[in-house]
Write a protein that binds this ligand. Structure first.
Ligand code: DAH
Length: 339
């Protein structure tokens, strides 16, 4: 027995001296020390010894077992430290290296203008309503009192899907949806995309408008002036002045075109305002009685104010761009300049 143990001890020493990984070491531990390993097997052989030899042999095996356990644990500690050191080396991160730069995105100028308009009108208690980009002829034209022979109904100007369905040419049909579904009084703005067969430096086949609609009792053009004056001052600068010029839209009566004092020269006259000191920014008016009637409300009881503003136009004025297509070319050199 002693001899057997001695040779086992030598075998263990030999294996431990050449072991290279903790995985190999686990294997050695299992061969000798696991429940079915060689050292527990020695214990089982005790029974075959003469009775008087058993206590001493048992002690001897136990000491051997303790020795083997200790040696393997020692070896394990050394190997684990070595493997950790290697891993630190392998996975080292140089924290002094400059970080990879990530390009920052910027909001599109039309998004900036829309957010600004929505913020201003929300502050005045307006709700925001999403209209539809695909409309029927009734909501886009008829309900808005746009007669059959109105030039805007020309097939040349409108993208028709079918005889009756079209891409909305303005956000004004949103007024009709609001009036059909919302109990007055209310104040709403409706931002969104609109479509027209039109293409030059200041017109694009798709652009953005924001429609405004206020329905209440006893509204007049004075209320519209107050509202739009507040808007112009918030949008451009606190000393911006506003003026109304008479105009015509089928859905408003009276209708006005709204000018603001030139943001470039302050009203003295320059190239931007073509020497007039004024710049047109939107159309509006008092909602035509027939529109209110078309939506099932009594025009003697309810009055309305409406306006529609082109967001690209505002963005061009605000940011000094002279070509609407710069908004859609997707050139980051242009788009990243607006904050
Ligand atoms: N829908 C008009 C357009 O696209 C703009 C407009 C003018 C809207 C007057 C209105 C308004 O609500 O009252 O040219």
């Amino acid at each position: 027995m002693k001899q057997k143990i001695q040779s086992m001890r030598e075998a263990i020493e030999a294996k431990l001296s050449s072991v290279a990984t903790t995985a190999e070491l686990r294997e050695i531990r299992s061969v000798y020390l696991s429940r079915t390993g060689e050292i527990p097997a020695l214990m089982k052989q005790l029974g075959s010894l003469p009775k008087e030899e058993r206590p001493e042999a048992g002690k001897y095996i136990n000491e051997f077992k303790n020795w083997a356990t200790e040696r393997i644990e020692e070896c394990e500690a050394t190997l684990a430290a070595k493997e950790l050191a290697e891993r630190y080396e392998r996975e080292a991160v140089d924290i002094t290296m400059p970080a990879e730069s990530r390009p920052m995105g910027a909001l599109h100028p039309v998004t900036l203008v829309r957010d600004e308009l929505v913020r201003i009108f929300s502050g005045m208690g307006f709700v925001v309503y999403d209209g539809r980009e695909i409309e029927d002829d009734y909501h886009n034209f008829t309900a808005l009192n746009q007669p059959e022979d109105h030039p805007a109904r020309d097939k040349q100007d409108t993208f028709y899907v079918t005889d009756d369905i079209l891409l909305r040419t303005h956000t004004s049909p949103g007024q009709i949806h609001m009036l059909e579904t919302t109990k007055p009084p209310f104040k709403a703005v409706m931002p969104g995309r609109v479509f027209r067969c039109d293409d030059d430096a200041t017109h694009a086949p798709m652009f953005h408008q924001l429609e405004g609609l206020v329905i209440d009792k006893g509204l007049s053009l004075c209320d519209l002036h107050g509202l739009l004056d507040t808007l112009a001052k918030a949008m451009f600068s606190s000393d911006t002045k506003t003026r109304f010029r008479p105009s015509y839209f089928p859905f408003t009566e009276p209708s006005v075109e709204v000018d603001v004092s030139c943001m470039e020269c302050g009203g003295k006259g320059c190239r931007l305002c073509k020497g007039t000191g004024w710049i047109e920014i939107l159309g509006g008016g008092v909602v035509n009685r027939r529109v209110i009637e078309n939506c099932g409300l009594d025009p003697d009881e309810w009055t309305g104010l409406a306006f529609g503003v082109g967001m690209e136009r505002i963005a061009m004025l605000k940011y000094g761009l002279n070509n609407i297509h710069l908004f859609y070319d997707g050139d980051v050199r242009i788009l990243s300049q607006f904050h």
